[in-house]
Design a protein around this ligand. Structure first.
Ligand SMILES: [Zn+2]
Length: 401
């Protein structure tokens, strides 16, 4: 969910956050250079509250400043845990991945087009309503961000709704494919619809051609860029809508859902694939496509897990190790990379079983999930770490340039 806002006061806000982030980062770096003891988040948080008593920092919101420290801490954690994925935290510069979180959200509606969100120590900030008001009203927190073109966004985080459901006794395995398409062990495909209409696609191409001709930095250039950004936001919103519908349906209909553990799948590394587990689609899993894919699946798993936990009759989510799921024959268990006739088709060289490759994988995924459950339910919450490129989380995971 995003909304557009323009408030100069927010610039001051961001300056303070940047200041806290950079000072805290320098403190950590200094300790490192001097090889003295690492400074912890708690120490820094304490020092900040001391500093607030004496300095101009007290003018700003304590919650927002402490959040900056937490963001920095998270950025370091990410870097330590997954150096292949996250860069070392760097200095914040104005206008790059800036933002702050607003908890204890209060929003009010001015009219059909505009709403307001209360930002502590800043007051009511106006924003353009681009989502269902009921979604905004029920959001649990918001993040205010500034992008490189100087536009403000408020993105709201929704709590998982409590889904009314009765136990169905049904279980399902799902294979998360390329281009955000789900294949199920029932042989169904839950496809995401086209995100843009034909007309919107044409408009996007036209705008991109126009942008290439325009003088960089000119007003016309900026206007074209804004129009492209609006179309991109539309795509993001529609993708999110699809994720909401699909995860709600799955949670309502099944008592157990088995899927691949994204943390192990690590789509970055498996792009080219290995000898044992060839990449499913190298092109789609590289570059921009890959990050969109990761983002989409990260959100998908997160919403699915949240809704499953929150449902009236909870649903069990089991994340399994995805190794070989695409090469096993779901009928006879024979495993051979030659079983994959093509990208789309599975053909077992031993028993002759033929199926859609992703459906065969989904059948293996539910089988593995049921084994895990029988062993005593080593199920665990699906990792959503691959979400590193989610815009709402940008500020917590800055990448070294
Ligand atoms: Zn077979």
């Amino acid at each position: 969910m995003s909304a557009y806002t323009q408030e100069n006061r927010n610039y001051l806000f961001l300056r303070v956050i940047r200041y806290v982030w950079n000072i805290a980062l320098e403190q950590r770096n200094l300790r490192r250079r001097e090889r003295s003891q690492k400074i912890t988040y708690n120490t820094q948080a304490h020092e900040l509250s001391e500093a607030r008593k004496e300095s101009w920092l007290k003018e700003g919101s304590a919650a927002v400043q402490q959040q900056a420290l937490r963001d920095l801490n998270q950025a370091f954690q990410n870097w330590w845990n997954r150096p292949d994925h996250f860069g070392r935290p760097t200095w914040r510069k104005a206008g790059i991945n800036e933002g702050f979180a607003v908890r204890d959200l209060s929003v009010r509606r001015i009219n059909r087009k505009w709403g307001q969100v209360f930002v502590p120590k800043c007051g009511w900030v106006k924003f353009r309503v681009t989502r269902e008001w009921s979604d905004i009203e029920t959001a649990s927190s918001a993040r205010v961000t500034l992008d490189r073109s100087g536009r403000w966004f408020v993105s709201f985080t929704r709590l998982a709704p409590q889904i009314e459901r009765k136990s169905t006794g049904f279980v399902i395995g799902i294979d998360m494919g390329i281009a955000i398409t789900v294949a199920t062990s029932n042989g169904e495909f839950l496809d995401m619809p086209e995100l843009l209409t034909k007309g919107e696609h044409q408009r996007k191409r036209r705008l991109q051609r126009r942008l290439a001709r325009q003088v960089k930095g000119s007003n016309r250039y900026k206007a074209t860029k804004l129009a492209i950004a609006k179309l991109a936001a539309k795509e993001v919103d529609r993708r999110k809508d699809w994720i909401e519908w699909t995860t709600t349906d799955l949670v309502r209909d099944y008592d157990l859902i088995s899927l691949e553990d994204l943390k192990i799948t690590n789509m970055t590394k498996s792009a080219k694939g290995t000898k044992d587990k060839p990449g499913k689609n190298v092109k789609a899993k590289s570059g921009l496509n890959r990050s969109i894919l990761e983002q989409g699946w990260g959100l998908f798993c997160q919403r699915l897990t949240d809704k499953a936990t929150n449902a009236v009759t909870p649903v069990e989510i089991i994340a399994i190790n995805p190794a070989y799921t695409s090469l096993h024959c779901s009928e006879c268990g024979y495993t051979d990379k030659k079983n994959r006739d093509s990208q789309a088709l599975f053909h077992c060289l031993s028993c002759g079983y033929t199926d859609n490759a992703d459906v065969n994988a989904a059948k293996n995924i539910i089988a593995a999930g049921l084994v895990v459950q029988e062993r005593g339910g080593q199920s665990h919450i699906v990792s959503t770490k691959t979400q590193h490129s989610d815009p709402a989380k940008r500020t917590t995971t800055p990448k070294a340039a």
